[in-house]
Ligand binder design. Structure first.
Ligand code: HEM
Length: 471
């Protein structure tokens, strides 16, 4: 009797030649390479790269397989402790990741988000005060830079209670520098400011180490102070210190520090970029902006939200944010590494291969989004949402490793819009190039230039027509 020969792997179409031949395309324009591969080969494509085989999986069913149905086979790739992120949930895998995730997740429970809104509004009002002179002078601002200044102060308030972040110049400078260092900046002024505060150390490596040391000094100081006075704040730091694993053990100071850095540095850039794109879509669709203003007037009476419950009524504004995240997903791809051979759409995914789920492409898949290039917030109103494939919209990833900050981010963006829009009319500066670039985040390469003006008076509309379709 003959033993059946093992099934021959069937590889998807794509680039099977020497990795050097495809290198230029990938390095210069990684998103463009995926877009072209989908056009040429369809939703699944293969690339021979310097790092080995890489699969692009651009169908929501593929995302479901990788992130949910066979998630055990696809851990997040190449995670190891780093000097900056330590061994927090961003950097870990396996049992340790699960322990940390279970301890961090409750800090972002819905009931807690509702309580964070007051601080988010107060932090945004402080920015509004700083915006007033520009509104009077007509001097343009760069919105990505403004959001990069705003978001860490809001995150800081949620993590350490109000005012702590603003009072700690070392913490501010190191977060600004480290976020810039890992994500790039639309302009130089932010990191130059950070460097000045750190005294211009010599090499880039030394600057990075000095910023990490400054960050550690601040965070360990805050942790020590809170261990001494546990009731000093109703914030995420307090939650992390109280969290217990299944053995009843709490986190060490280093573990708490690592999680704080993951949340502060990891969440800051994507949120700043998401807010910037939200300004862009709002300002370039005046009809949508008008309806958002009407909703704010009818739900909040034109005042800043007083609580998280008040934000829950902003259905249309929330749909605008979700549609923005569809067309401009800051996390434009999610990566995994196959542990064992798998089969997807009739093709073999070889063990050890990297797998890319290109969020940007999934969000524009013509089989799941009608007229995908069109900005149309109504897609995200409840009745349309329910009919969608669960994995066609993945700005926060999916499955077990889905972003812990997703609910928090949406709350933050709504609180910022609801605070700033009733005070200002923001207008894009004509002619400023809005050029998306896909690097660590998908962001406007040259930022977004805008001028500020007094907000228009908006009539209160008690039944905004949420079903009408915008252009
Ligand atoms: C628009 C803003 C944001 C976007 C687009 C975003 C996107 C993502 C995505 C796609 C993932 C999953 C990555 C993967 O599966 O490999 C993720 C994970 C994560 N995000 Fe976010 N995020 C945002 C804001 C935030 C904020 C504000 C925080 C913290 C307060 C945060 C904390 C985290 C953490 C800790 C993880 C790792 C979760 C884990 O591995 O278990 N994110 N994020």
């Amino acid at each position: 009797m003959t033993t059946p020969s093992p099934k021959k792997p069937v590889l998807p179409p794509g680039h099977h030649g020497h990795w050097l031949l495809g290198l230029n395309e990938h390095v210069k324009d990684p998103l463009g390479a995926l877009v072209r591969a989908q056009r040429k080969h369809g939703d699944i494509a293969y690339f021979n790269t310097q790092q080995g085989p890489l699969y692009m999986l651009a169908h929501p069913d593929h995302a479901q397989r990788v992130l949910v149905d066979n998630a055990r086979n696809y851990p997040a790739p190449d995670k190891r402790p780093s000097r900056l992120l330590g061994n927090g949930i961003f950097q870990s895998n396996g049992a340790f990741w699960l322990r940390q995730r279970r301890m961090v997740q409750p800090a972002f429970h819905r009931s807690r988000l509702v309580r964070m809104v007051e601080d988010l509004v107060l932090g945004t009002e402080a920015l509004a005060e700083r915006w007033e002179p520009s509104a009077r002078s007509g001097e343009p601002l760069e919105l990505l830079e403004q959001m990069r200044l705003l978001v860490p102060t809001l995150l800081g308030a949620s993590l350490f209670s109000r005012g702590v972040y603003e009072r700690d110049a070392g913490l501010q400078a190191s977060v600004a520098f480290l976020s810039h260092k890992s994500h790039g900046s639309a302009r130089d002024s932010l990191w130059k400011l950070a460097l000045r505060r750190l005294g211009y150390p010599r090499s880039r490596r030394q600057q990075f180490d000095a910023a990490t040391d400054a960050l550690n000094a601040s965070l360990y100081g805050l942790i020590a102070a809170r261990r001494q006075a546990p009731s000093a704040g109703d914030d995420i730091l307090g939650m992390l210190l109280e969290a217990r694993d299944t053995q009843g053990e709490g986190m060490t100071d280093t573990e708490v520090r690592d999680e704080l850095v993951s949340l502060l540095v990891g969440g800051h850039e994507a949120t700043s970029v998401a807010l910037t794109w939200t300004w862009y879509t709002l300002l370039s669709h005046p009809d949508v902006e008008q309806r958002v203003r009407e909703e704010l007037a009818s739900v909040l009476g034109g005042r800043p939200p007083s609580s998280g419950e008040a934000l829950q009524g902003l259905h249309y504004t929330r749909a605008v944010v979700e549609e923005t995240l569809r067309l401009y997903p800051p996390a434009w791809q999610v990566m995994r590494r196959a542990q064992e051979d798998d089969e997807i759409a009739g093709f073999t995914v070889r063990a050890g291969s990297l797998v890319i789920l290109p969020t940007w492409l999934l969000h524009r898949h013509a089989s799941f989004w009608k007229d995908p290039e069109r900005f149309q917030p109504e897609r995200f109103l409840p009745e349309q949402k329910e009919q969608r494939h669960r994995h066609a919209w993945l700005p926060f990833g999916g499955g077990q490793r889905m972003c812990v900050g997703n609910g928090y981010t949406l709350t933050l963006i709504l609180a910022v819009l609801a605070t700033l829009l009733p005070r200002f009319q923001v207008r894009l500066v004509p002619g400023h190039p809005v050029t998306p670039v896909a690097s660590n985040t998908y962001r406007p390469r040259f930022g977004l230039k805008a001028t500020l003006h007094p907000a228009p008076a908006v009539a209160r509309n008690d039944s905004p027509n949420l079903k009408a379709v915008s252009s």
